[in-house]
Design a protein around this ligand. Sequence first.
Ligand code: 13P
Length: 250
Amino acid sequence: MTRRPLIAANWKMHQTVPEALTFLDHLLADLSGDEEAEVVIAPPFTALEAVGRRLDGTSVQVAAQNVYWEDQGAFTGEVSPLMLKQLGCRYVIIGHSERRQLFGETDETVRRRLRAAGRHELTPILCVGETKEDREAGRTDDVITGQISRALEGLYPDPLRELVVAYEPVWAIGTGLTATVDQAQEAQAHLRLLLARITDKGLANRTRILYGGSVKPENILALMAMPDVDGALVGGASLSADSFTGIIHF
Ligand code: 13P
């Protein structure tokens, strides 16, 4: 099964609207439009509309960095899947480790967000990953197994028609420490087997599993050579159009 690679920029809390538009001018000038990889940009909520408009009609897709699980209501500060859909979002990042560590995200809230995304045909980019302590204690497989199984509980077959998974070891995020290609492959092969068990072989084979954690133009090629690495979720190196296009054109 050939899976189209996916390279996604997670801008986190970076890029004002003018900065985002300048970035896109550079990015679009560097893309031919028929890249092998699907390219996705996840700007902060405040830049979603401007980025969506600028990318409309291009080959680049837009993602949100989070979503609430209700469509509307008295939920001050939250953004609904309906609102994201209306802005032209195709993807939404769910369960990023920064949300889990800093904002009290749990497997239960991840599951609710996944269900809401599925209801509105937003494809979730579900993030999982172990901490340094987990890895040192040999708990990597247990931790990511728990995260995936609890997140997907009760969600299969509907609304799980399409899913992207991002394996992001917490110790590799923003640290310059990339997982070795073998560490990434081992965890990602494990995630695919698990997906086949929880859902079905077809979905497991179709699902793109991205690696995230200090991805740069210098290390993307080796990562992409691994059979279960289908792309990357890029933080720091996605903030400059030069380094991001270097990653896209691995
Ligand atoms: P860095 O690429 O900055 O390590 O961040 C990875 C990440 O968290 C992407 O979601």
